[in-house]
Design a protein around this ligand. Sequence first.
Ligand code: BG6
Length: 478
Amino acid sequence: MSVQAFDVVIFGGGGDLASRKLLPALYRCESTLAPKTRIILTVHREQSAREFLAGSISKMTAFLSDHECDAATLKRFRQRLHMLVIDVDGERGWGELTERLSPHTKITLYYFALSASLYGQASQRLSEHGLISDQCRVVIEKPIGHSELSAEEINARISQYFTEQQTYRIDHYLGKETVQNLIALRFGNALLERQWDGSSIDHVQISLCETVGVEGRFGYYNHTGALRDMVQNHLLQLLCFVAMEPPSRLDEQSIRQEKIKVLRSLRRITTEKIDRATIRAQYQASAKQPGYCQQLGEQSNTETYVAIKAHIDNWRWSKVPFYLRTGKCLANAYAEIVIQFRPVRYNVFSPSAGPLEANSLVIRLQPEESIKMSLMVKELHSSRNKLKPVSLDLNLATEFTGKLSDGYKTLLLNVVEGDKSLFIHRDEIVAAWQWVDPIIDCWRRNNSPLYSYVSHSEGPAAADALLERGGRQWFPYR
Ligand code: BG6
């Protein structure tokens, strides 16, 4: 299936996001791209286009697997790439961009892979040069702002030039196949939906664990931290998909309304509760690598790990904790959602049957996309009723053909098609900050401890204690 021709202009085309995520995603679409589709990378420093583009291709291939990199596809893709030197806050380059886009009849995506503080300025410049028409869409990255106030300032500024319908706030986790599968799983299976509340579910865990560190993004990360970088957006969005009520339709508006209700039902974490409900930590040196502050070259109070016990105050989720955690430089790289069901009401088996484990549903988003349901069964040929937990295992990669992507490919194509159902509305951003801002404020006022963990370990012991207090533990990595 081919996609209509479009132009995508990536502001910040020389940055980490462009080479790590955006170019690989566009490259993976190569076979479906129309011949006239162009990718224009804007940079702010004067340099030779030929060298820059060759460098971009070679950086991009480092993020593709070997079997994806065939010479013919790379050559075709290279021909789509253009480079322009543009000053977002100056005059340089805008005339040339106008010429390149003329007659400006194709769908045009402006992708701001820039610091959020430049979104308004870039939008203004595009408008001043007559580069915004009904055919244009702007894609902006998280986190939008660093607080509710700053997010609203940015949103208000962008909305002077682009309508809400033209504005695509991207969260690449929502492009991951398994996240969309959550909707199918929940609302396509009566079996699950009837159990989907506090009467059957004991608690939920959402873990986004990375083995990578800050990877040269210290300038951004050190004033952002894990809470703003991962929780305010990816983690809360996943929580919304797990917790929301069934939308009446699967369109953008209906889904958004349900997500906003969840965000607004999140219980505010107060100063009295902060140090029992949240854990912040930073990775320290291990034998293999220096710690965060050594890499940064100065002291820093920025968290690279956060774990939170959250509550959703509504009928469905009353008394069901949602444990959220994310961290850099951890032992294993994986993202998963665990729905831990309650134990059976009454154990009819004799002690020799062994312990009865409560059922769990584990939805893994990466590295592989899979859904596992644990059940208790009788061990084959055991003379007594000896029970054993087994797993119903669905690996999406082996069940279906076609490659799974990290989310960007799906979402970029959705922008071209004008499908906003997997993008974030301005009101969601505000509601998410309204829950996150008080946490940051309490940390500051309470002078909350910054725990440490050895890099490439399982994380700080204090995060285990967060669950142990409720008689629970983190679901082990398997
Ligand atoms: C980004 C964060 O949004 O997501 C990064 O800014 C993080 O810090 C990345 O590494 C993780 O994405 P993925 O798809 O690699 O899990």
